[in-house]
Ligand binder design. Structure first.
Ligand code: ADP
Length: 428
């Protein structure tokens, strides 16, 4: 493939993701497969503001009421069609996270109806992440889904590993299976199986996949299918259908410049290590005390005054990251929700203030914290760049606080190596 900056044409693949970090995971796979990708936060009120081969609309629809998930997904579909998307990809979790009511089934049914199509596939397989499907049974690592810990998930307990049964309980359509023997025979055999299933009245086919090569076979068989539903794995097999091959230019972002900062509201094990490692390098780091926020102190103002002069000499870190015992003590005094919301709001306010002080390269640690920071920065669309560590790419986004744009990376929980906070700035 030639230089993709010269590649013309509009949006080929329009994606609807049922949560934010899942959207980034999908976007990251598409970039690695050679597509230029923009991720939007919710359904944008305006047209796409950049050239892209794929757009991923990030919703937060995994566990909301099915009717609401359907409404949001249809709004995303409408917007993606207006941007010219040729094929639609409904992305859910690789552990098929859903409740008995949905939302994978109801959203798939609604998208099929809106697209006027009678057949689609469903597979969360992603062998790179140890998610494989065999005879319709989903494995997480070496065990079946219902033995993987997912049976105890607080919101979406998965007690049945048989995806044909799980999906059948959520959809009006008849669910069938394209099993491994067919996949092993290649894309033509898969297409023939699709036709046979359709003749039997099947509307959605679960597809087996044990290795990346199976996803590439499946990808070829999906050429021209109006709707694909899957985890993020199937994305590796689709760009080739549009004549797109892996190309480092797909990850190209504008040159990174400006001041550098890290804000961290994650208390995960990996983030605690990353904070310790950053401090050990001797760089400036400021701890936020949740109790002082609760007392009404101007923690945001103090943090920005502290950072102001230091930013000129290199990256600074502002963090509420703490060890589990300390987090429990704070939660005991303030309540879990109140502590979380208060800290998120303060860190997001600090992130905004840092950008107003000239920060143009911002690392955010924490999934919920990232959501709060993106909101405070009023970011609506992000172009996805190269990954710093698996699943964590640099992005470029416009914000009223940085009209020319800023580089931002959103690292949830346990992602990233211990030196992530310093390595990120070397990899932009
Ligand atoms: P992760 O991706 O590691 O789960 P999140 O940002 O999603 O990180 O969640 C961390 C939660 O903990 C947030 O709601 C954050 O505001 C809260 N939090 C951060 N620091 C503290 C602290 N010191 N005490 C109590 N809660 C905290």
């Amino acid at each position: 493939m030639g230089n993709s900056t010269e590649r013309k044409g509009g949006v080929r693949l329009g994606c609807i993701a049922d949560d934010f970090t899942g959207a980034t995971d999908l976007a990251n796979n598409l970039v690695r497969a050679g597509m230029r990708v923009v991720q939007t936060i919710g359904v944008p009120g305006a047209p796409l503001d950049a050239q892209a081969d794929a757009v991923v609309v990030a919703l937060k629809s995994r566990t909301i009421a099915p009717a609401e998930a359907v409404a949001q997904s249809l709004a995303a579909l409408q917007w993606l069609k207006e941007q010219g998307a040729e094929q639609i990809y409904f992305k859910y979790c690789s552990t098929f996270d859903s409740t008995p009511e949905g939302n994978i089934g109801p959203v798939t049914d609604a998208l099929m109806q809106a697209l006027g199509t009678g057949f689609t596939v469903a597979t969360p397989a992603f062998p790179d992440n140890k998610r494989t499907v065999f005879k319709g049974y989903l494995f997480a690592g070496d065990v079946l889904l219902n033995e993987s810990g997912m049976q105890d998930h607080p919101l979406t307990p998965m007690t049945d590993p048989n995806l044909v049964r799980v999906l059948q309980a959520q959809t009006q359509k008849k669910v069938g299976l394209v099993d491994y023997q067919t996949i092993a025979q290649g894309a033509d055999a898969v297409r023939a199986r699709f036709a046979a299933l359709q003749a039997e009245g099947v509307g959605i086919a679960i597809v087996d996949a044990l290795a990346n090569a199976d996803l590439v076979t499946l990808g070829a068989a999906l050429k021209g299918m109006p709707l694909v539903t899957a985890g993020s794995g199937v994305a590796i097999g689709l760009p080739a259908n549009f004549g797109i091959a892996p190309d480092s230019q797909a990850a190209a972002l504008p040159a990174a410049e400006g001041r550098q900062a890290v804000v961290s509201g994650s208390c995960s094990v990996a983030t605690n290590q990353q904070v310790a490692e950053f401090i050990a390098t001797g760089r400036p780091a400021l701890a936020i005390d949740p109790l002082r926020i609760a007392e009404g102190a101007d923690v945001r103002g103090e943090a920005l005054a502290w950072a102001k002069d230091k930013l000129a000499s290199g990256p600074v870190l502002v963090y509420s990251t703490a060890e589990p015992a300390s987090v429990r003590a704070i939660q005991g005094r303030l309540g879990v929700e109140k502590a979380g919301a208060m800290v998120e709001e303060t860190i997001a306010g600090i992130a905004r203030g840092l950008v107003e002080l000239g920060v143009r390269q911002l690392v955010v640690a924490g999934g919920e914290t990232s959501g709060a920071c993106v909101q405070a920065l009023e970011i609506a669309q992000m172009r996805i760049g190269a990954q710093i560590d698996p699943g964590v790419p640099w992005c470029h986004a416009l914000s009223p606080a940085a009209p020319q744009g800023l580089h931002i990376t959103l690292k949830s929980g346990n992602f990233g190596t211990p030196d992530f906070f310093t390595k990120a700035f070397a990899k932009r």
